[in-house]
Design a protein around this ligand. Structure first.
Ligand code: ATP
Length: 269
């Protein structure tokens, strides 16, 4: 089950081209993560310039943080290791430490690799006055020790990308290890239009659909909200078709005609 969270670079299936808007974030990730992973030799001169080892992506839910992390791995030819901090504790009860150790040692074997920590706040957040079980504390500690090890090895092509919706809940020690923080914000109207265009690029649209006007009506929607909107809209013609079918059937019964044949995909409009 450790391996089920690891995806080889050519199997990730998300590139920067699949992500609408967020151009500044993409450019920064290119500079800070992709180039160092692909061309480490460029960073071998001098003492000041070191490849970034950890980046925090923060912003509202559904804005594309997971997509960005996957795309970074694809674009760098790196393996993608998805570590859901909230599930480790429950799934690996009592063995969290072993799991954490395994993640880091596998990452270094697979190198280049991207370790993605989703919901990093849920595992590595402030303690918030609640008692922490000993096993969780030890696991957290193990994580920090391994992470620290990564930071001190300049030639190790492993980076940690962490994502959170609640950056203010993060532990100080975590913040320190993520010196670069990128905000992944909700899209404005022109960016919503770009995202809609991308999501709908392979769909047949009715002629009177204006993505510009949809974009102007969806203030506050995240990329994920826009995707859901499109999925719902895509189901609408089938809903209409079933309704027509039902009407025609009822009419046939009333008029004593034989039941009409079912409609087909060609009848969808
Ligand atoms: P969460 O914080 O809830 O984990 P997230 O920020 O990681 O969310 P993703 O999981 O990357 O968000 O996005 C969810 C889905 O929304 C994606 O699979 C994609 O379909 C769509 N989506 C989000 N942002 C974009 C975008 N900028 N361009 C295209 N699709 C997007």
């Amino acid at each position: 089950s450790l391996l089920s969270n690891v995806i080889a670079p050519h199997e990730i299936g998300v590139t920067f081209d699949d992500i609408g808007a967020l151009e500044c974030v993409k450019d920064t990730l290119k500079e800070l993560i992709i180039t160092p992973l692909k061309r480490p030799e460029l960073f071998s001169k001098g003492q000041l310039l070191k490849p970034a080892k950890g980046i925090l992506l923060f912003g509202p839910p559904g804005t594309g943080k997971t997509m960005l992390a996957k795309a970074v791995a694809t674009e760098s030819g790196a393996s993608f290791m998805n570590v859901s901090m909230s599930s480790i504790a429950s799934k690996w009860f009592g063995e969290g430490e072993k799991y954490v150790k395994a993640i880091f040692s596998l990452a270094s074997k697979l190198s280049p690799a991207v370790i993605f920590l989703d919901e990093v706040d849920s595992m590595l957040g402030k303690r918030q006055n609640r008692e922490e079980p000993e096993t969780t504390r030890r696991m957290k500690n193990e994580f920090m020790v391994n992470w620290e090890g990564l930071l001190t090895k300049d030639d190790e092509r492993v980076v940690v990308l962490a994502a959170t919706n609640r950056p203010y809940d993060l532990d100080e020690a975590v913040i320190r290890r993520l010196p670069r923080r990128l905000m992944v914000n909700l899209p404005n109207a022109p960016n919503r239009e770009r995202i809609l265009k991308l999501i709908l690029s392979k769909e047949a649209l009715a002629e009177d659909v204006s993505l510009e006007s949809v974009a102007s009506m969806t203030d506050g929607y995240s990329g994920s909200d826009l995707k859901n909107l499109c999925v719902t809209a895509a189901g609408r013609p089938i809903h209409d078709l079933l309704e027509r079918e039902q009407k025609e059937k009822s009419l046939a019964i009333i008029e004593g005609r034989p039941e009409p044949a079912l409609l087909t995909a060609d009848d969808i409009r």
